[in-house]
Design a binder for this molecule. Sequence first.
Ligand SMILES: Nc1ncnc2c1ncn2[C@@H]1O[C@H](COP(=O)(O)OP(=O)(O)O)[C@@H](O)[C@H]1O
Ligand SMILES: *[C@@H]1O[C@H](CO)[C@@H](O)[C@H](O)[C@H]1NC(C)=O
Ligand SMILES: [Mg+2]
Length: 418
Amino acid sequence: MALWCCPLYRRFLRAPCGCYTFLVIVTVVWALLSMIFGFNNSLKDADFIGLTACPACLGTSWCHQFLSGQLKLNFWWRLRLLNFLNHKQVFFGHFRDDRKGWVSVVFKRLASADEILVLDQRLCHEAGLPGHCNVSHAVRFFEKVIQLNTEVASGWSDVLRCPSRLLLQQLAKRHGEDSGVSGLAHFTYTLRLNPEPVILQAFPKSEGWPFPQYLGACGRFIAVVNAGPGLWSFVGAPWYRRAALARDLLNLAEKLTWSDLHFSLYMLDVTFDNFAVDPVDGHPVLVDAENVLVVDREHVREAKPEGWNEWYESDSYNENDVPCEACLTYSYTSLCNHLYHDHNFYAICHNLLGAGARWRGWQGGLLQGAPPYITADGRLITLLQQCEQPTNRFKAPLNVKPKIGCTVDPSPTEAHTS
Ligand SMILES: Nc1ncnc2c1ncn2[C@@H]1O[C@H](COP(=O)(O)OP(=O)(O)O)[C@@H](O)[C@H]1O
Ligand SMILES: *[C@@H]1O[C@H](CO)[C@@H](O)[C@H](O)[C@H]1NC(C)=O
Ligand SMILES: [Mg+2]
């Protein structure tokens, strides 16, 4: 019995209560404080990071970095008591890189606690185990039963919505979480929960893709590089800054649509929150890659569905009905069955740039309030309207980017006078 403190207590406090009561109070206060402030590094805690659920988890490639304590949460994100407010389950932190110095990192659980629970129960169910089974057992069983099959996988997430063997193989090949026997489990679990890590690895930042850099996973957390402040924080920026962002967003749309030899990527969730702006080069990055649909263009060329090589222009039939925030009109069939689709351009114009763009009760779009020398000839407004609400009059979506790009691209002198 550690009663060494009792003489201290008697000497300094002289309180009427006994030594044991004092010990209990100290313990309770300590427990409360550490619950609030999380003195221990939560990222080293196997239960907190969901390591015990493996192989029903996102991977283990960065467990060394997590468990050794190299990764740290920033102050406010340590407050475990506040976790229930963190519905998105996104945590901000940092680590020290030998070459780059301090790197700002985002830790993501990729789904809400409820969604994670529902998937666990479904996996247990599919494995023929009771609903509240230990999901790490369910996946082992499940792995043997289901072979990766393009039809089955296409129902799991948007990335595989257009079934293609080549795409599935490519995603699996690039997935760095497949060391050892658990590889298939990590891959399928990730695809079913949220395909973001699969996309970040198959289309990496190092090859010029506009996504954050993927670092690794441990249990049910992934670590990605913090891509910078959200696009939302730029809606009040000076015109030349917003114009440059608009041009870069259209470049991003072009990159996703055309730049790869085999695949076209379409963004299905385009909001001000889902983009960040790189603090170094100022370019926008898509930080939420959950709803990215990938089309294997070679597959379209071979299957030749009706109208496959015609230019496809998005409809926006919901336009005058209900005003809604960040909603897009698209159909999986039209995206999957065309080589040329204007979806990304339409999505950027409709949800971010055009006057009809809405977010958090605000309406206006990134390109509102252009200076008179730009708006004088009315071209910018017309082009934006055409991009935002495609109609049959507008048959060449490819023209949108260069036209708006030129229109909004200010010359350096103009930039200074605005
Ligand atoms: N890599 C990142 N860099 C910077 N901020 C990020 C990053 N990932 C997420 N965030 C921030 O966290 C928020 C929620 O992440 P997100 O992936 O969009 O989750 P959800 O799927 O719940 O919308 C984003 O809106 C963004 O502000
Ligand atoms: C589930 O099983 C694994 C391996 O058998 C074990 O390590 C883990 O602690 C179990 N998890 C729970 C919540 O019981
Ligand atoms: Mg989001």
